[in-house]
Design a binder for this molecule. Structure first.
Ligand SMILES: Nc1ncnc2c1ncn2[C@@H]1O[C@H](COP(=O)(O)OP(=O)(O)OP(=O)(O)O)[C@@H](O)[C@H]1O
Ligand SMILES: [Mg+2]
Length: 283
């Protein structure tokens, strides 16, 4: 059987904002349709710079980036945005309309969709991010967390094949973060490819299937989240720590706990089923 073709192919990508200082160094990465990939790494590692290559905002200095087989250098950002939706790390770099509804409708108008469909998609996206009542609000009167959700709604409404989210939960409280990530998870279940950047390792454990660790512009680990988190030395190099429950399992290694526990439920299962620990308040 022929191997599946990658939806995103990054081949030996090098990029810098000036010639002397490459920010990305020989990055090669393939991402397949329907994957949910987390890009993680310390501040300044190059995550945003890499993500901006996916919708053509950055173009390779050398090497190449292809989306569905098409080199991003041969496509305008406007054409790429039909396939790759990108939510900026800073929503204020994305928002420019004077009303939330208009902002979310903007990309859809560019798609020349019928007015009724635009309205339907805008309402659905605003409902999904909990901003229905802000349809007419001036975006810059909203909180940063709300503006982040406006930016997210704009991309959700486009229903692009690929969705790239640069720190989508920054500025959100716990409930909002969960709502956003559940929505992103639903889109992924419907077949959209999702790539998100985050500093929150519990989100990586909870939502991503694969983690790519960037360190000083190079990929130092790439694989199933479980295997990446099971390598604390790699995370340490990037000043990352695994979720606390993973760290707990790792610290119990000498009691033969596996190093790749991702959730409290898994740990509970290990404690109760395998080790026969009885957990209960009154027993
Ligand atoms: N527009 C720019 N002009 C010049 N240098 C830049 C620009 N954007 C980013 N850089 C530099 O490129 C490097 C990588 O930055 P980038 O924003 O990609 O990192 P990041 O991993 O997204 O960091 P963070 O977690 O803080 O968002 C940093 O040294 C940063 O200072
Ligand atoms: Mg960034």
């Amino acid at each position: 059987m022929a191997a599946a073709k990658a939806q995103i192919t990054i081949d030996n990508l090098t990029y810098g904002y000036d010639r002397e200082h490459p920010v990305l160094k020989n990055i090669s990465l393939e991402i397949f349709k329907g994957e949910c990939v987390a890009i993680i790494g310390q501040n300044g590692a190059g995550k945003t710079t890499l993500a901006k290559h996916l919708n053509g905002l950055n173009k390779p200095a050398s090497g190449s980036v292809a989306i569905n087989g098409q080199d991003t250098r041969s496509l305008k950002v406007s054409a790429l945005s039909r396939t790759v939706g990108y939510v900026f790390q800073n929503p204020d770099h994305q928002i420019f309309h004077d009303a939330v509804g208009k902002e979310v409708a903007f990309g859809l108008k560019n798609f020349r969709l019928p007015a009724a469909e635009i309205e339907e998609r805008v309402s659905e996206a605003l409902a999904a991010v909990g901003l229905t009542e802000h349809y007419l609000s001036y975006p810059f009167n909203l909180s940063k967390g709300q503006r982040q959700r406006v930016a997210l709604a704009s991309v959700l409404a486009m229903r692009t094949e690929v969705i790239v989210l640069d720190e989508p939960t920054t500025g959100q409280d716990y409930k909002e973060s969960v709502q956003i990530m559940d929505m992103v998870g639903d889109l992924n279940k419907k077949g959209h490819t999702v790539i998100f950047i985050t500093h929150d390792m519990s989100l990586v454990a909870g939502y991503a299937g694969r983690a790519v660790v960037l360190c000083e512009g190079e990929i130092i680990a790439d694989g199933p989240v479980r295997s990446v988190f099971a390598r604390p030395e790699v995370l340490l190099k990037s000043y990352l720590s695994p979720p606390q429950i993973t760290a707990l399992a790792q610290s119990l290694n000498r009691h033969s706990f596996p190093p790749d526990v991702l959730s409290v439920a898994e740990m509970y299962g290990l404690l109760t089923e395998k080790r026969g620990v009885k957990i209960g308040c009154c027993s």
